[in-house]
Write a protein that binds this ligand. Structure first.
Ligand code: KIV
Length: 310
């Protein structure tokens, strides 16, 4: 039986002895837990992915973590908010990501896969939460992420107790958009900033191996980052977190709806794609696609038996 990815102890010796290639080591939850920039580590890079080709691109770019985020709802499924996706939706896309990574060249490092627990998958009971987390693990995730501070501690502890690594998510938590009164930057007041620090410490104590900080002032994110020993991964949280995450469709310029100020686009894939599709449509309409080289041909003798002459 091959050793599980990231296994330590005797497994590692067996794996290293029998490995023919110099396959790059992939990250594990225990290894991620210590990845603080203040301890000399490089910042972590996380990008969302929702399907096999996307996952392969993210891996080939050398990204550390893939989040199969509930942003799936908006950037892939066309909804206006993240509240519309279910555990089965996230599992379906996690499985696609996992198949994409499995088909990679062995020399490409595998990003660590985080499955996002959607709204109402961990709000009803700890049993439901553990069951839904297990669904994402069975689909191919190596950990799960969930939103919220101290009120989520029983759920986090139960999932960690089931041997499933948990990533926390504090600040602007989109699953609470109605309760928060919209997508608003969090932690702007003195008391709210201190609450965020207390939440982060509590999440760490409950066993979270990393914490996403979304939509908080940079100085508050810096304070939270300094107050915990697990890495913080920021989105709209300034440059002092232990890592950064962006949505795949935002990085590549595929999503052209509202772009928050923290998004930096590294390409304009949408406009390139629309131009390519326009060119295809024009070629079909103009009769120039397909050409002879793009068509299959009958052998001449068969063509003759069918009375087909050039
Ligand atoms: O679903 C998602 O994409 C996320 C990130 C924005 C952190 O939760």
């Amino acid at each position: 039986m091959p050793p599980p990815p990231g296994a330590e102890g005797p497994w590692t010796e067996i794996e290293e002895a029998s490995m023919p290639t110099t396959r790059p080591k992939s990250l594990t939850a225990p290894a991620l837990r210590g990845r603080k920039v203040r301890d000399g580590h490089d910042p972590l890079v996380m990008v969302t992915a929702y399907d096999a080709p996307g996952a392969r691109m993210v891996a080939e770019a050398g990204v550390d973590l893939i989040l199969v985020g509930d942003s799936l709802a908006m950037v892939v499924l066309g909804y206006d908010d993240t509240l519309q996706v279910t555990t089965d939706d996230i599992a379906h896309h996690t499985a696609a990501v996992s198949r994409g990574l499995a088909s990679l060249d062995p020399e490409v490092g595998r990003p660590f896969v985080v499955g996002d627990l959607p709204w109402m998958s961990y709000h009803t009971s700890t049993d439901d939460a553990v069951r839904n987390a297990a669904t994402l693990i069975r689909a191919g995730a190596q950990s799960v992420k969930l939103e919220g501070g101290r009120k989520r501690l029983p759920v986090i502890e139960a999932i960690v107790d089931a041997e499933i690594p948990v990533m926390g998510h504090l600040g602007l938590t989109p699953q609470s958009m109605h309760a928060m009164g919209g997508f608003r930057v969090q932690g702007k007041e003195h008391g709210a900033a201190l609450e965020l620090v207390a939440d982060a410490k509590a999440l760490q104590a409950a066993g979270c191996f990393a914490i996403v900080l979304e939509g908080v002032p940079d100085r508050v994110a810096q304070m939270v980052t300094a107050s915990v020993d697990v890495p913080t991964i920021g989105i709209g949280a300034g440059g002092d977190c232990d890592g950064q995450v962006l949505v795949f469709h935002d990085v590549l310029g595929i999503e052209d709806r509202v772009a928050p100020k923290f998004v930096r686009r590294y390409a304009e894939v949408r406009s390139v794609a629309v131009e390519a599709l326009e060119a295809f449509a024009a070629d079909v309409r103009g009769g120039t696609f397909p050409n002879d080289d793009e068509s299959y041909h009958l052998d001449l003798d068969v063509a003759e038996t069918l009375h087909l002459y050039a």
